[in-house]
Design a protein around this ligand. Structure first.
Ligand SMILES: Cc1ncc(COP(=O)(O)O)c(C=O)c1O
Length: 472
């Protein structure tokens, strides 16, 4: 009986299939980098896509894994394609993807040290190294978790549990966040049981928190009997890529004993660049920071660091008894004591390996290339009378729209939305859109280091041509 399983775990089949898969992915990468002309997104309606895979699943004749790999790739969005400039998902580095196979196959699940000895220690080394980049020392700590959304929830739960008034009922606890914060911060408040009135969206000017308004908002919360336990600042915001004034926010938080959380899921890696580090000034005064490696650190999703200035704070968050798994001690090596996840992938391996192989120079080059190119694109927009910028970019996110003299915002909104849909469905580019104060802007995020000035000039030309047809 036991012998039968050998056919599923056959090492030689594994070797052969693995080589074929890597060959296939390497050919795919060639095609992307050599700019072979294929659509970024091979558009199919969701129903059609569903029918295709349903029939595939039910077809007993199609069993070959190679066929499956080719077909999945063919019908996926191509993030390595230089004309992928949409949502904040990076084309992962080949070496990171290879290391992820090691993560998957070793399946060290990490809740307790014994279930991932190397991975647990590697994670600690990585977290210490990350904390050091922000100027934090030995007293800091943190861990890796599955995504920025879970990271923000973890940080905000920790903020509440460490607040002197943590035991107050949730109707007496409030948190502040930028009205431009990623929705996961608001959602974290809701998961924590805060009522909508106790999730205080802060006013912004030019997409930055208006620090001058903070004292009066806090006074108002006080007068309503609410205790503000946390404030989330952006570095940078999702929609427009703008950084909050972290230093000034830190001063307010310290003065008022409010936990400062910085959602640096996207823009935290600017710390690796001397040229752009100024955007993060004051981040070292935060109590917690979230950084997604799968956004600006070339890593496959999901891999996120949650860093705490005081590494002991997250023990309070999840104090629980699980006699079969966790002791009461506060050792560093049974990570489930501090994290939402029990089983988790040994996600630090791939980041550790990338840093060992390429050093932090890799991230510096990547940040500077993509942030510089966003500024060049903004200049192209400013020099073209048919387009306008929503705001000067600070990161690699740029929002802009096509304008047409004499057309009202409603008409421009429907024109820009229509153009985006047309272009995405044509497969020529992958771009997204956002709503800023009721105006629809096209939004690009330069995630791909093979996107260049030429690709962006082509984008403007394609948009312009499409609009001429639409406006006829
Ligand atoms: C600033 C910011 N925070 C958090 C998130 C959520 O991260 P994830 O998609 O890894 O859950 C995003 C995603 O775009 C983001 O831009």
């Amino acid at each position: 009986m036991q012998q039968d399983f050998k056919k599923y775990y056959n090492p030689e089949d594994f070797r052969e299939q693995g080589h074929k898969l890597v060959d296939h992915l390497a050919d795919y990468l060639h095609a992307c980098l050599d700019l072979e002309d294929f659509p970024v997104l091979p558009w199919k309606d969701p129903e059609e896509q569903y029918q295709y895979w349903k029939e595939y699943f039910e077809d007993d004749k199609v069993k070959n894994p190679e066929h499956f790999y080719t077909d999945v790739l063919k019908q996926s969005i191509h993030v390595h394609h230089p004309r992928y400039i949409g949502h904040q998902v990076v084309p992962p580095l080949p070496q990171a993807a290879l290391t992820e196979l090691l993560e998957a196959f070793s399946n060290n699940s990490m809740a307790v040290y014994e279930m991932g000895p190397a991975a647990t220690a590697i994670e600690r080394v990585l977290i210490e190294w990350m904390a050091l980049q922000f100027g934090w020392g030995k007293e800091s700590g943190g861990f890796i978790t599955s995504g920025g959304s879970l990271g923000n929830l973890t940080a905000l739960l920790t903020a509440r549990q460490n607040h002197p008034k943590a035991k107050l009922p949730s109707e007496k606890l409030a948190m502040m966040l930028s009205s431009e914060s990623h929705y996961s911060n608001d959602r974290a408040g809701k998961i924590m049981g805060l009522s909508p009135e106790n999730i205080m969206f802060l006013p912004v000017k030019k997409h930055r928190i208006l620090v001058d308004k903070l004292p009066s908002l806090l006074k108002q919360a006080d007068s309503e009997g609410k205790s503000v336990f946390a404030l989330t600042a952006n570095a940078c915001s999702t929609s427009t890529g703008i950084y909050d004034p972290l230093d000034e926010i830190a001063a307010f938080c310290k003065e008022n004993n409010i936990w400062m959380h910085v959602d640096a899921a996207h823009g935290g890696p600017a710390i690796f660049s001397k040229k752009y580090r100024y955007l993060l000034q004051g981040i070292e005064r935060a109590d917690s920071i979230v950084i997604d490696f799968h956004k600006m650190m070339l890593t496959p999703a999901l891999t996120t660091a949650v860093l705490f200035k005081d590494g002991k704070t997250p023990y309070k968050t999840f104090q629980q008894q699980a006699a079969y798994l966790l002791s009461r001690e506060k050792e560093w090596f049974d990570i489930a004591k501090r994290s939402i996840e029990c089983t988790k992938k040994p996600m630090a391996l791939k980041v550790f390996m990338m840093i060992k192989t390429y050093g932090k120079e890799l991230f510096k080059e990547y940040i500077e290339y993509t942030y510089d190119l966003a500024r060049e694109f903004a200049d192209m927009i400013k020099n073209n009378k048919n387009f306008e910028l929503a705001t000067e970019p600070e990161s690699n996110i740029v929002c802009f729209r096509l304008i047409d003299q004499g057309k009202c915002d409603d008409k421009l909104n429907s024109l820009n939305s229509k153009l985006r849909e047309q272009i995405v469905r044509s497969g020529k580019f992958y771009i997204v859109q956002t709503d800023i104060g009721g105006k629809i802007y096209l939004r690009i995020t330069i995630m791909n280091p093979f996107t260049n000035k030429k690709s962006l000039l082509l984008l403007l030309a394609v948009l312009q041509d499409a609009s001429e047809v639409s406006l006829k």
